[in-house]
Write a protein that binds this ligand. Structure first.
Ligand SMILES: *Cc1c(COP(=O)(O)O)cnc(C)c1O
Length: 426
């Protein structure tokens, strides 16, 4: 039986397996809540982009905020991937994982001076700049450091990505990017500032996008600008169309990465830009379907209005359902022959918004294990310690072996940096 989301996930003799490894055995060995990732599934997703880009000047920059575990970064770095980062902390992770700074693009609306300096010192490939003030500050920081910062402007193409408002970023009213109609003026400023060198143009229109049309619209808007800028003598070496391609959660039918890339390349060719380097910043589509969150059923609490299945994972481990009302498939690790009942699967956190799935038909008993599917992206990276809950452990399945890639957080680390007030002297 194949399951929604990933060809690497399958049920054999009633047991759920990820890339051939029995998940119940992992839950018992490492404890729950537990994130499990398939390295092969991640590499397969990357290959889908890379195959379509073969023979073209390109760089895939994995948007690591989707899942920034060092083992995940190492996996992508070794496969030739670059990284899209949004903080100095993420840059430090890339370097710790063995990634190359000259394959890093630095995005984000609020880079600090310290982060700019750090990125200049290690030599990131490009800063994706989002405002005039940021341009001026970056130029000043670069001059002080005796460096030149390579810049791309993040243009807001004002296209509707057709996704959830919290994850739509390419509309005029969003905080991101520089308005399309102001972009030429801001490029002129960039070209005039002494600490900067203009190298590209970028956009990122949203997340969990399930159509190609918004990308092609955004690309057209960028190409219009590139043509106008080059006519003025401002050369634009690369075009970066951002990330945002959706995954199956499981009702959605997004285009495969290869289809999206083929359409983008065809549009570039049709407009005479086939030689230009193309950058992409996929996050979710590289890792989302490669991971699951395992959890144990603590208590079954049938009630007059609803039946609650209380599990040991919560909104602090996986916030997507609470934050975006995201629907994520939930599967028992071992199938039961008993009849299914309808359950709300909820965590122990003291919030009514603490749920992982509502109205799910499941045959359950206390002590059973469940998997939340498609949890490889924006799962662990958005985890918190709310309710003083240590963050989950993470395991990666590598060629049939389960490797612990993050220990369960020790309790003492949760408040080890806190201080009690000094005892008042009487
Ligand atoms: C978050 C983000 C991405 C990746 O988005 P996904 O939806 O995970 O593909 C790419 N670029 C930028 C600038 C981002 O902020």
């Amino acid at each position: 039986m194949t399951l929604p989301g990933s060809p690497f996930l399958a049920r054999r003799d009633g047991s759920l397996q990820l890339d051939g490894v029995d998940l119940q055995a992992l839950a018992q060995r490492f404890g729950t809540p537990l994130y499990v990732y398939s390295q092969a599934a991640m590499l397969d997703a990357l290959a889908s982009y890379q195959r379509a880009l073969a023979g073209r000047r390109h760089l895939v920059c994995y948007a690591m905020k989707a899942n920034s575990n060092l083992a995940v970064l190492q996996t992508f770095a070794q496969a030739g991937c670059g990284f899209d980062i949004v903080s100095g902390g993420e840059l430090a992770r890339v370097l710790a994982a063995g990634g190359r700074a000259d394959r890093v693009v630095f995005s984000g609306v609020g880079k600090t001076r310290a982060e700019m300096l750090q990125a200049l010192q290690v030599g990131v490939r490009c800063f994706n700049v989002e405002s005039e003030s940021e341009l001026r500050r970056l130029s000043a920081v670069a001059r002080e450091a005796g460096a030149v910062a390579a810049v791309s402007l993040r243009v807001n193409p004002d296209v509707d990505a057709g996704t959830h408002p919290y994850i739509s970023t390419g509309l005029r009213e969003n905080k991101f990017g520089i308005a399309h109609e102001r972009a030429r003026e801001v490029y002129r400023l960039a070209a005039s500032l002494p600490g900067l060198k203009v190298v590209g143009i970028d956009c990122h229109i949203g997340s969990q996008i399930t159509q190609t049309a918004p990308y092609l619209d955004a690309l057209d808007r960028l190409l219009d600008l590139v043509e106008a800028l080059e006519a003025e003598g401002i050369a634009i070496a690369h075009i970066d169309i951002g990330g945002g391609l959706g995954i199956t959660y499981p009702d959605e039918t997004p285009p495969r990465p290869g289809e999206l890339v083929a359409q983008v390349l065809a549009r570039m060719d049709a407009r005479g830009h086939g030689q230009r380097e193309l950058l992409l910043e996929p996050g979710r589509s590289l890792v989302g379907n490669a991971g699951v969150l395992l959890t144990e059923v603590l208590y079954l609490k049938p009630g007059p209005a609803k039946n609650f299945c209380i599990v040991d994972a919560a909104m602090n481990d996986l916030v997507r359902p609470a934050l975006y009302e995201a629907w994520m498939a939930i599967e028992p690790l071992q199938q039961r022959a008993t009849a299914a009942q309808r359950w709300d699967v909820v965590g122990p956190v003291c919030e009514s918004g603490d749920w992982l799935g509502r109205e799910r038909d499941l045959a359950l008993a206390e002590g059973d294990f469940l998997a939340v599917l498609s949890a490889g992206a924006y799962g662990m990276t958005m985890a918190s310690n709310y309710n003083t809950r240590p963050r989950a452990a993470e395991v990666m399945v590598v060629a049939g072996d389960a490797v612990l890639v993050r220990e369960r957080e020790p309790l003492v680390q949760l408040f080890g940096t806190e201080r009690r007030l000094p005892t008042p002297s009487a």
